[in-house]
Design a protein around this ligand. Structure first.
Ligand code: SAM
Length: 281
């Protein structure tokens, strides 16, 4: 049987796109190939796909993976996906908001689990945060996201893109930008450019910290107050007495007059640990 294209399936079911659900479906075979090969999908893999749409990427994943579990929020897509992918016995579909899914229930005892998705852009950051902070045993996430978000994720210290999202992702993963994708690769065409990025989960976080929450809080606050010095950012956290702040910086040889965006992840870790040692009891 000849494979239907994304456009064919949309037409066959008279599917109406919902803009607020970030529905921009892929129509470019080269992007599909690059996502599947970039994710290194193999016969031992459980693939979790968030937002399968009409199943264009899902079909390619199903051909290569042991099992694909797709999570789709739009009710109108559920019957379309079940019909179009009915020939695959390794396909599982969950009709739910990905932000409300307990991924451990899907993963069960599977050993090799990868996330592959063309993410809905309006929830990219919350989905990434949930996937990484949830301590799920994913090997990697190969995701298509807005180009600017990918640049923020992979950014190095010192640049304008470097921020709390860079720290969050680089704490858990190595990052690799795989390719750019133009708006013409989708229907309807989004207003923004896209990027496929792969995040490989580290066996243990990049830096060891005494208090993870405090570490993220210090980083977030430093970037929230970009125009202020680190000392001011730390002061505004209110976790350490004012007269102890200089001591906390001195202990880790970090100049309190620096701006947060110049600190490496290792320096943020050292500073957060020092604040932890000096904090109010
Ligand atoms: N994978 C398809 C493709 O590449 O052609 C569609 C990708 S489209 C950018 C995003 C998909 O995510 C849509 O099908 C949309 O309905 C779905 N979606 C939006 N919000 C969601 C959520 N919170 N949970 C799960 N799926 C969601």
């Amino acid at each position: 049987m000849q494979k239907l294209t994304t456009r064919d399936v949309v037409k066959k079911y008279n599917f109406k796109f919902t803009k607020s659900l970030g529905q921009n479906f892929l129509i470019d075979d080269t992007v599909l190939e690059d996502i599947v090969s970039g994710a290194e999908v193999g016969q031992e893999d459980l693939i979790i796909e968030i937002g399968p749409g009409v199943g264009t990427l899902t079909r390619e994943l199903l051909k290569k993976a042991k099992r694909v579990c797709a999570i789709e929020l739009d009710y109108d897509l559920i019957s379309i996906l079940n019909e179009e992918l009915k020939d695959f016995d390794n396909f599982q579909l969950i009709h739910k908001d990905a932000l409300k899914v307990d991924f451990n229930e899907i993963i069960g005892t599977e050993e090799s689990v990868k996330v592959v998705a063309n993410l809905p852009y309006y929830v990219t950051t919350p989905i990434i945060a949930k996937l990484l902070k949830g301590s799920y045993k994913f090997k990697s996430l190969t995701i298509m996201i807005q180009k600017e978000v990918a640049e923020r994720i992979a950014a190095e210290p010192g640049g304008k893109d470097y921020g709390s999202l860079s720290i969050l992702v680089q704490y858990y993963c190595n990052t690799k930008i795989l390719r750019k994708v133009p708006p013409t690769s989708f229907i309807p065409q989004p207003k923004v450019e896209s990027t496929v990025i792969r995040l490989d989960r580290l066996d243990k976080p990049k830096v060891e910290v005494k208090d993870e929450e405090l570490f993220f809080k210090v980083a977030r606050q430093s970037f929230n107050m970009r125009r202020k010095t680190l000392k001011n950012a730390v002061k505004s956290l209110g976790v350490i007495d004012s007269d102890k702040i200089d001591e906390a910086f001195k202990a880790v040889k970090i100049n309190p007059g620096r701006r947060g965006e110049t600190l490496s992840i290792e320096e943020f870790a050292a500073l957060a640990d020092s604040i932890y040692m000096f904090k109010k009891v």
